[in-house]
Write a protein that binds this ligand. Structure first.
Ligand SMILES: [Zn+2]
Length: 212
């Protein structure tokens, strides 16, 4: 499985495209594109690489991760997958956008719910879904064991963890779930976060100040 990272919107969110090199089927993870130049960026990448979008996957539904949901639905008409416990974040997103003075077109509701333990096929490649709440109540991560990486959204960052002061946040739960769902992966797995640089399980286990 191949992965490409884009950094979008005023909040510097990482949007990912993951694809199967054989079938060229792809998924978009966290559609954070904010304006027409960002729409063009991701659309050009998909076209130039001959990719066929199959699904939109959400790690969680904070507003910076869903700015582009409406656009993805309009252009690609693909199903949107999200954990049920983050639907309330979508319902709250117009209020949050107004609060932060950001332009926002309402996101469609999910077509399918994700649960920990699910697997998602992208062509011949597989994502394992794990449930890692604490930053958001319905936060999930996507793990590809063949290529040893995980798209972890806002659970853990290089040297930090997701904030837990937003509605539905729970600091103790986030710490526990990072231990049980992320630090149980082998040290050499790369972690692709929702903001900032990529890191690895081993680096964060040994140097992240929240765990050392
Ligand atoms: Zn978030």
């Amino acid at each position: 499985m191949k992965l490409h990272c884009f950094t979008f919107n005023p909040l510097g969110e990482n949007t990912y495209i993951a694809w199967c090199e054989e079938s060229l089927e792809c998924v978009i993870i966290d559609a954070g594109m904010y304006d027409s130049s960002e729409h063009t960026q991701i659309q050009s990448f998909i076209t130039e690489n001959n990719l066929s979008p199959m699904a939109l996957l959400g790690t969680h539904a904070h507003i910076d991760h869903i700015f582009g949901n409406w656009w993805v639905k309009q252009i690609y008409q693909i199903p949107y997958y999200l954990h049920q416990d983050d639907v309330k974040m979508i319902d709250r997103s117009e209020t949050m956008a107004a609060l932060w003075n950001l332009a926002y077109t309402p996101s469609p509701q999910p077509d399918h719910f994700l649960n920990g333990g699910d697997t998602i096929a992208v062509g011949k490649d597989i994502f394992e879904v794990r449930y890692v709440p604490g930053h958001a109540p319905g936060h999930v991560i996507f793990i590809n064991h063949t290529n040893k990486f995980a798209v972890v959204g806002d659970t853990i960052f290089q040297g930090s963890i997701g904030r837990t002061d937003l509605p539905g946040g729970n600091h103790q739960q986030l710490i526990e779930k990072i231990h049980s769902e992320i630090f149980t992966l082998p040290d050499d797995y790369t972690l692709f976060s929702g903001h900032g640089n990529q890191t690895s399980v081993g680096i964060e286990k040994n140097t992240n100040p929240f765990f050392n």
